[in-house]
Ligand binder design. Structure first.
Ligand SMILES: Nc1nc2c(ncn2[C@@H]2O[C@H](COP(=O)(O)OP(=O)(O)O)[C@@H](O)[C@H]2O)c(=O)[nH]1
Ligand SMILES: [Mg+2]
Length: 312
């Protein structure tokens, strides 16, 4: 199969028929074999009935329905599991992404050999203050932290090599950081394509202001987990040791100076409290490192490595 289109959706009943028709037209014009995987994330409207209806009309439309709302990442993850096309395209359901971009995206994956091609909504039809500005900030921070130079991490329209989506696990709110997840799995070639962003035709946006706050928190935890998952002690232990040593040295200095130089009580000197706090924080950090080690040693993935190839 040439292409799998994965569409995560939540309450998008009006858009789905148009979306399916548009994708079908593009696929047929280009003679691609394809499937459309619609993942209904516990919608409360008639999205699932619409998907069932579309499937009856064309078996190339496949549907997954969650029992409740788990979030976009979960929907993508389930879609990725079943996607069997050589190229996997993810696309929003709300018709803000144009299926006309598919042939060019596919070409970049197959001919230019990119692992991921991310859409870049250079011109957006969203409110300036609540979406465009936070989005710029968010992308700048993500670029800096991840070392992946994409303009628009959060674009729903992306294309992947099949093996990329099979190698990553998207959970929580990690759909914003899929390129980063792919980087950790060993993929290196990330491309970008300017895509058309269309105004929303039906329904309303499901993500508001709070996504940016959560987005930054997620970025902090994903960077941390990525760096120190396998050895938390390296992080906590080194800072803990530094802090403890610092406190200890100051303490020594205070003790020596009390006995040999001036007779002021040790607790009278501000440095004493600094030393105390530094030693306490130091040992706390150390403890956190140990706990982290214990937890990561018990994790089911402690010995999961993705093997690319073997000969024998
Ligand atoms: N699976 C899933 N998809 C969602 C959820 N919320 C939004 N979506 C889908 O994600 C896409 C983008 O959402 P949208 O509200 O348009 O965000 P915006 O384009 O950034 O304003 C659409 O296809 C939505 O249906 C959710 O909770 N779960
Ligand atoms: Mg949208």
């Amino acid at each position: 199969m040439d292409i799998s289109v994965v569409v995560p959706l939540y309450n998008e009943e009006e858009s789905l028929p148009e979306l399916e028709e548009w994708i079908r037209r593009v696929m047929n014009e280009n003679h691609y074999s394809y499937e459309i995987i619609m993942v209904d994330d516990g919608s409360s409207d008639n999205s699932w009935q619409v998907i069932q209806h579309l499937h009856k009309k064309s078996p190339l439309v496949k549907g997954i329905k969650f029992q409740r709302n788990y979030g976009k990442s979960a929907a993508l993850n389930e879609g990725f599991k079943v996607a069997s096309g050589d190229v996997v395209i993810t696309m929003d359901a709300d018709l803000q992404d144009s299926p006309d971009e598919i042939p060019a995206l596919r070409k970049m994956i197959l001919e230019d050999n990119f692992d991921i091609v991310s859409g870049w909504k250079k011109k957006r039809y969203d409110s300036k203050l609540t979406k465009n500005l936070p989005s710029k900030l968010f992308n700048a921070a993500t670029r800096k932290a991840s070392g992946i130079y994409l303009h628009d991490f959060n674009c729903g329209l992306k294309a992947y090599k099949n093996k990329v989506v099979k190698s990553i696990e998207v959970y929580g709110e990690m759909h914003r950081y899929i390129p980063l997840l792919a980087k950790w799995s060993g993929f290196k070639k990330f491309g970008e394509k300017v895509v058309e962003h269309r105004p929303r035709k039906y329904g309303v946006t499901k993500f508001g202001w709070n996504r940016f706050i959560n987005g930054f928190l997620d970025l902090a935890s994903i960077m941390f987990v990525g760096k120190f998952r396998k050895n938390p002690m390296h992080f906590f232990g080194s800072w803990g040791t530094l802090s403890f040593l610092f406190g200890f040295i100051v303490f020594l200095y205070l003790t020596i100076s009390k006995f040999f130089f001036d007779q002021t009580g040790m607790t009278q000197r501000p440095l004493f409290f600094l030393a105390l706090v530094a030693m306490i924080i130091g040992s706390q950090l150390f403890l956190a490192g140990f706990l982290g080690e214990l937890i990561s040693r018990n994790g089911p993935e402690r010995n999961n490595y993705q093997i690319e190839d073997r000969v024998n």
